[in-house]
Ligand binder design. Sequence first.
Ligand SMILES: [Ca+2]
Length: 344
Amino acid sequence: MERRTVLKAGLVAPAAVTGSALAAAPADARPRLGGTLATGLDYPWGLDFLPGGGALVSERNSGRVLHVRPGGGATVAGVVPDVHNDGGEGGLMGVAVSPTFSRDRWVYFFLTTPSDNRIVRIRYVDGRLSGAPHPILTGIPSDSTHNGGGLWFTSYPSLFATTGDTRNSALAQNKGSLAGKVLRLKPDGTAQRGNPFGNRVYSFGHRNVEGITVDASGRLWASELGENTWDELNRILPGRNYGWPRVEGTDRAGGFRDPLVQWHPADCSPSGVTTLHGRAWVGALRGECLWSVDIDGRGLRRKTRYFHGTFGRIRNVKRAPDGSLWLTTSNGGGTDKVLRVTFG
Ligand SMILES: [Ca+2]
């Protein structure tokens, strides 16, 4: 049993939940800091909201899972066993709450173990992780870097998972490998019906995809870390080849699927992605900012940078049920925070 720990937390105004919150803010609304929800974290990575309020947040290196309350404050819900971080990018990464959580209490985690990357599900009952992890997909290649780690559930339900090439770029073009892919799974980890290649692979030719989300129109978006030239925001379509390692960024000849936008890695290095108000919101690690990209309307592809240098490296960004955004920083040393961003 893990000790239940109350962490330091800043105060924020209670979240006002209104049905019109998602539609009310104009497309050019400026994001502003609405409060600090939790402090004293160490490399928070995954984040997903619970039906009853608040979110579960994973810590990459420690394997801890924290429950962060909507009004601020966090408690440790448990520790996922067998998490392996060798000082690189692996560890406890994506978190996804089951779309039928009220019935089954499952929470899904993407993690690096000493032998692989895998996806497990663990029950979350009365504020705590309960019982042993149930692996649903094991044997995803792992390495010190390029481990992917993103999870996103649709209500269908399909579980999308993102993987990295584990520094073996040829695997990204191998449709029989789980590395360098966007995967589409049933909740039990098997291939979803109708997948383009009859296996778990949904799209391929990826170097390292950490962020994945579905927007209000049902479009699937993923952020991708490039090597030296271009980072990408991609609309993901089934069966398409996103180019790695043949091309980074926009392809001018080879017939690969182009990103909606691209950045130099020093400006972005994207991890989490979410959508709100007709824009994709991308957390930037090296770029130390929050990017927005217009995904609809006349401003399509317009990139706008917010909070540059304000919070350091940003790992994750998720739209909350109340129409705010929750961000997590990735600066280490026990200094990391969960922040709430509102619009005004
Ligand atoms: Ca690409």
